[in-house]
Ligand binder design. Structure first.
Ligand SMILES: Nc1ncnc2c1ncn2[C@@H]1O[C@H](COP(=O)(O)OP(=O)(O)OP(=O)(O)O)[C@@H](O)[C@H]1O
Ligand SMILES: Nc1ccn([C@@H]2O[C@H](COP(=O)(O)O)[C@@H](O)[C@H]2O)c(=O)n1
Length: 230
């Protein structure tokens, strides 16, 4: 069967990675979570004092240090899931916290950060057979992807899902803080100058606000089967 490239973009916490991961597993493709890469760069900047208390980023210092920064994914044999490594250290849990979430969109708006990560993402997808999720996959990273999906749901539904997820993990969570973060990231991601979040003209839009996880997977598998048959 021919291998294709699948780009899944959309707003924060709408279920992109859930869909992408499940499809990749179902069809035996590689899955790449590009948000994790921007989060790892953000953690690096935070740890190295490059983000001031007012949120301002020391771009010159980050630019200088970008070459020393290595973001990789490694399979956790126990969970069967890929985890994010920053310069050899497993940072999978740390990059998901609210502190990284509150700075990541500012870091992701920086041109040289995007150039470096997009190059790496394009290398990962060179041989196709990949499902990649993010904000600019269908527009910038793989504009020729055979299947592009743009996922939406209301900010309240998305925040509620994230809130439920954190509660389920026993993590202290505040709904209003999560909603505020989701809305803020959507705004910055959609309004930045470089590669703003937008639906590619040839992407299929999916509002999954009323869908279950099983229903959205079924929808995606059907779209995949249509594309590989073409
Ligand atoms: N259709 C759905 N119904 C209910 N919950 C869902 C659905 N799809 C995903 N979820 C849940 O919503 C939460 C966010 O999903 P996920 O992490 O896949 O979103 P995302 O778009 O990749 O987020 P981010 O942009 O922050 O990386 C998770 O807890 C996931 O299990
Ligand atoms: N292709 C991408 C992916 C992500 N971003 C930025 O990273 C943030 C975190 O992404 P999550 O998918 O983990 O929520 C996101 O809010 C964007 O600012 C990006 O710019 N491009």
């Amino acid at each position: 069967m021919k291998k294709i490239t699948i780009a899944i973009d959309g707003f924060s916490s709408c279920g992109k990675s859930t869909m992408a991961k499940m499809l990749a597993k179902e069809v035996g493709y590689i899955y790449v979570d590009t948000g994790a890469m921007y989060r790892a760069v953000t953690l690096f900047a935070m740890r190295n004092g490059m983000i001031a208390p007012n949120g301002e980023v020391n771009r010159d210092e980050l630019k200088q240090k970008m070459q020393t920064l290595r973001v990789e994914f490694k399979l956790n044999e126990q969970t069967g899931r890929a985890e994010t490594y920053l310069n050899g250290e497993n940072v999978e849990n740390e990059i998901r916290g609210m502190e990284v979430s509150s700075h990541v969109s500012a870091i992701a708006a920086i041109d040289f950060v995007r150039t470096a990560l997009v190059e790496q993402q394009q290398r990962m997808g060179r041989d196709k057979g990949i499902v990649m999720d993010g904000r600019d996959i269908g527009t910038v990273v793989f504009p020729d992807a055979e299947l592009k999906v743009f996922v939406t749901a209301s900010a309240e539904i998305r925040a509620q899902r994230r809130f439920d997820e954190l509660k389920g993990k026993g993590v202290e969570a505040n709904f209003d803080e999560i909603l505020n973060n989701v809305q803020q990231r959507d705004y910055i991601d959609s309004h930045r100058e470089v590669s703003p979040l937008r639906k590619a003209d040839d992407a299929i839009e999916l509002d999954n606000g009323e869908l279950t996880i099983a229903q959205q997977l079924q929808w995606l598998v059907e779209r995949f089967e249509e594309r590989v048959a073409q």
